[in-house]
Design a protein around this ligand. Sequence first.
Ligand code: UDP
Ligand code: MN
Length: 615
Amino acid sequence: MVSLNRSFLYGIGFASFTWIISLYLYFQLTKNDIVANDTRVQTEQPWHKYNSINEPSQKYSSKDKSYLKKGSSNFLNSGKLIKKLQPVLAPPSHKDKVEEELMNLGIVRNSKDQEIRDEGYKTHAYNVLVSTRLGYNRSVPDTRNKLCKDVTYAKGLPSASVIICFYNEHMPTLLRTIHSVLDRTPKHLLEEILLIDDQSDIPNLHEDIDDYLKKNNMSKVKLLKPETREGLIRARLFGARRAQGKVLVFLDSHVEVNVAWIEPLLSRIAEKSSTVVMPIIDIINADTFAYTSSPLVRGGFNWGLHFKWENLPKGTLDKNEDFVKPIKSPTMAGGLFAIDKKYFIDMGEYDAGMNIWGGENLEISFRIWMCGGSLELIPCSRVGHVFRHRRPYGSPDGKDTMLHNSLRVAYVWMDDYKQYFLNQRSDAKNIDYGDISSRLQLRKELKCHDFDWYLKNVYPELALPTDDEEHLKKKMPDKFQPWHSRKRNYVAQYQIRLANTSLCVQSSKDTKTKGSSLILGVCAKNKRQMWYETDKNELVLAQLLCLQAGKSSPILYKCHEMGGNQEWKHKGGKQTPIYNMAAGTCLGVSKKAVNATLTMKLCNDPELSNWDLVV
Ligand code: UDP
Ligand code: MN
């Protein structure tokens, strides 16, 4: 569980609202000054390993919008012609090449592709069409701060057992996770990968993985299966108890580790075994599989006991070196961390009374801090995680496991402060959260600090429901590194006219109503038809709402700045398709007529999905 999102983005089901909230915060945080000031630089990692599908496509720089004034033909099919016609365009930047590859990988070519894509979203809540086409060995951009490259690590670091549990994971995505670990971890540091199949019920998944591992002689990868569905907490325990390495590294089953990800983690643990360390969790977009860097933020929580990301306290990132130093974090997202095996056992592993998903990340965070350890983010270690918009599974008995698990956290660790949680959750009153006596005993044996100590010493910035204005002022927000919302950056402005007609795309309602569908209207220079393109390839009507691809038709929606379904590619000028990165389909229309509704269409119908961008 990477509760990056375990809230919304992740946790979006994360009972999952943990991830959802987290993702929201992510959006907010990526706009932030910290990122702008961050000295990290993207290196020229070649993105050459995409499998297959080498459709020619137009090359242009996203900054050079001169193409908007040029006419040319279908960019999805006529790359060679375009190359001949447009020799003046700037060579594509590294970023453009990557986007172009992802565009080719996402395209829905026929109804079979559409079916695979739709089924994939149901079962996995991400785009399996792209994920499958990416293959098992893609490169990812090195998102580390450039100072990380100068850091050297001691010889003789402890070896790691990487523990990956999965329930119904998409096989190519899981295999890419495994290959990324094998490819980017020095052999002598990787004891084994323990793959724990938590009773997946996708037919043949277990056998197919087993076959693949055997055929490819992947003896370092051990596939294991508990006797019953345990949920991620007990499945991890199952793995941990069988691990041979000195350090345990827990990962989700849909991640890709980055360059030199493990050395900084192991090195910190080697210095002090009671330090539990986490990589920075980069974002793999669930719709496009684009890999992007995350800002340096730390883990917190709210009184609903949902994990959230928050900005670092002021002064954390003052000097250049601060961008490579460990950063203390009050909590962990949960999905990705490394811990000394002996320390894990001595301090009580996980709470085995917790079911399926949720809450265990706060439990282990409180326990680490309160019982003498510390929890740190390691900026030079980066791992990408697929942040989903929902979790595609529930618990076998349909119960809210996040609530059950959170109650255990509250009653074992939070002393009187649990009341703040209970006040928020009136539905928690008659819930049986099971026997917690052994966990209370553990807390006693470990002679842990109380929760008041944790709040005062580890997380003094957390606002209490009882804080008056003066207290709140002291805690917020100038205690944190400042951030400002970024202004939207417009790069072009045009009407979108159906080719060979005088019909333009406009809102079916006004320009302010979220959720409005789009229709064709007679072209007229008014704001209902004026589209503004941003440097993130959004199309914003009247500078208000973004064009967003839906399943069958596009709508106007609040701009979320996360790309994907609000990210549109075209070649500019006349007769261009307008392609959506997440949908893999193009902007189209049902017929050439006033009031005809806009739809999402396969990109091969020049009559009803070619557009003139009228400047
Ligand atoms: N998982 C599991 N058993 C379960 C539920 C989840 O093994 O009953 C695995 C899941 O396949 C994933 C990890 O636990 O590798 C975290 O779950 P998920 O990614 O759904 O959580 P999120 O990242 O959204 O918090
Ligand atoms: Mn996950």
